[in-house]
Structures are given as C-alpha cells and as structure tokens.
Design a binder for this molecule. Structure first.
Ligand code: ADP
Length: 286
C-alpha cells in the first residue's frame, strides 16, 4: 500500500503540495484531477520517489519511497512526456528497460508493442509523440508492477490505442494493482476510475468514489430571479433561465429549489466536470 502522510512540497518557499494525506489501496483505480498548475505532477514525483518531500512522507508498505530503489522497483510510472533513448529501436528499448526490472517480460512487451501497432524495428527518434507514448505503455505493462502511476496517460493517444490502454489499466487493477491516473480531462477519468482525488492549489478539495460524487450532486435547468440567493453553482445563465449544479442529491435538491421559489424546467444528467467546478467554487469561497 502506498501511503501519503501530511505531505508538503515547496518551490521557492511556496507550498505547491500542501499537507496531503491519503492511501492507495490495491485493486483500485484512483483519478487525480485538477486544473493545470494544481500540483498533480509534483505530487506524482513525490509518490514515485523522484522528489524529496519538504514535510511529511510517502511510504510503500511502511518503507520510505524517496531514494529507495527497492520501493521504486515496485512502481511502474508513465510520465506525461515520454523519456526514451532516442537512438534505440523499440526492441532495444525493451531489452534495456527490462534489465532494470525482475518482473519484466520481453515476450509480453513484444505482444503489447504489436497490439499498439508499434514496429519493433522502428527507431525511437523517428517516432511521433503518440507512438512514444504507446511505447511507454508497452514497457510499463510488460511488467507486473503492484503500483501503476500514470501522468496524463491519454495525451497524444489515438482512439484505438486508448481502448487498448484502458483495458490494460483495468486488467492490472483486476489483478490487484493500485493505479493512480492524473488528468485535467475529466471525461476520461469518469469512465476509468473508482475513486477521485480533486486537487486545487496543492490541496485535496474533495475525495470520494465516483458513484457517490455523482449521487450527491445534481444538475438542473431552472428559472430564478436571483442566482446569488441560491446555494448552487451557475454553469450557464441567460436572463432568468440558468443551468445550475447543486451539491445535493436529486431529491433534496428538488425540495431545496422549490423552497427557494425557483421553477424547475428540467433535471439534467450531472457529470464529474460539473461537480468539480462546483466543489472548486466552494473551496475558493472558504
Ligand atoms: P500540474 O501537474 O497540476 O499542472 P505541477 O505540479 O506541474 O501542476 O505545478 C504546480 C505548481 O508548481 C505550478 O504553479 C508550477 O508553475 C509550479 N512548478 C512546477 N514545477 C516547478 C519547478 N521545478 N520550479 C518552480 N515551480 C514549479
């Protein structure tokens, strides 16, 4: 189990990660969501033992991860920007990468490369960003890592590869891995993850299972004279007609809206992005 305990990380005396605590359990897919600059990559670099925390700690099975080779070997990490050795071919990169990890299968790597339409003889220097990203996946999933951390995994991938990658992620979790996926694109996350950490300015503003997040929020098209009088996040407004998100389930939200003398025109399907916007607003008001 990866455990984050009161973790803070600063750049230039300013906290970019601010007193975070959470755990990543096996068999679960977590989504780390937040806008650009909210601290996702910095957090991931602490989780993967690359950055030294300024305060608090990150442990894997009770051992500190920072500067701990054994702990780091249990984690497969896919960076947003792939870092391969440019003058290698795909096959050679597999042999090189595999030499660092006991759980790497070269046979599986070649299978994955094929599934992701990568030519084993291709030179990395001639590959597109998307192809390099696919190579990162083939390398990481040719291992049997207990913990998988993916920074913006779907950036640059075509739709076909996305489906392959999603299946790899789901299979890994079904086999007991803990998976953390960071993204600023909430629609991808909504489909893949069990639990969400919403991060803003280095703090977790909300965490819950996707099902509970969506059950405890609702979206409405309403007619109201004064939006500022409502405990609601206004997504869109034209005169007195507006689309609002309430951080309440549908039944209590309906009661609340009616008690505020609004006219409900329609009940809409709430999505993760809606709750994220509403929660961010609440966080900023506090
Ligand atoms: P995200 O991955 O969510 O986009 P980052 O973790 O990359 O966020 O960045 C969080 C904040 O830290 C941003 O304000 C960014 O400008 C700042 N930051 C990131 N890396 C550095 C660095 N090496 N030196 C100084 N500031 C940094």
């Amino acid at each position: 189990m990866i455990k984050v305990n009161e973790l803070s990380k600063k750049y230039n005396a300013e906290n970019v990660i601010d007193d975070l605590s959470f755990t990543l359990e096996s068999g679960t897919i977590y989504g780390l969501i937040g806008s650009n600059g909210s601290g996702k990559t910095t957090l991931i670099k602490c989780l993967t033992g690359i950055y030294r925390p300024d305060k608090g700690e990150v442990t894997l099975d009770n051992n500190l991860i920072y500067e701990n080779r054994n702990a780091k070997r249990e984690i497969a990490y896919i960076e947003d920007t792939p870092q391969h050795i440019n003058h290698f071919t795909v096959t050679r990169m597999g042999l090189y990468y595999g030499s660092f990890y006991d759980d790497f299968s070269h046979e599986r790597f070649l299978e994955l490369a094929d599934e992701l339409s990568l030519n084993p003889k291709a030179h990395i220097s001639n590959m597109s960003l998307g192809q390099k990203k696919k190579l990162s996946f083939a390398l990481a999933f040719a291992r049997n890592a207990k913990h998988i951390i993916l920074d913006e995994p779907e950036n640059g991938l075509d739709n076909e590869s996305r489906l392959v990658v999603r299946k790899l992620i789901q299979d890994a979790a079904d086999n007991g891995a803990s998976v953390l996926i960071s993204s600023h694109d909430l629609t991808n996350i909504e489909d893949m993850c069990d639990t969400i950490f919403m991060i803003d300015k280095g703090k977790i503003i909300y965490t819950d299972s996707i099902d509970d997040i969506l059950e405890n929020a609702s979206k409405w098209l309403i007619k109201a004279t004064d939006a500022s009088d409502l405990d609601a996040y206004v997504l869109q407004q034209e005169d007195d007609v507006m689309t609002v998100v309430l951080l309440r389930d549908r039944v209590s939200a309906r009661e609340y809206l009616l008690s505020k003398n609004t006219t409900i025109i329609d009940s809409l399907k709430v999505e993760l992005i809606d709750t994220y916007m509403a929660l961010k607003e609440v966080g900023n008001n506090e």
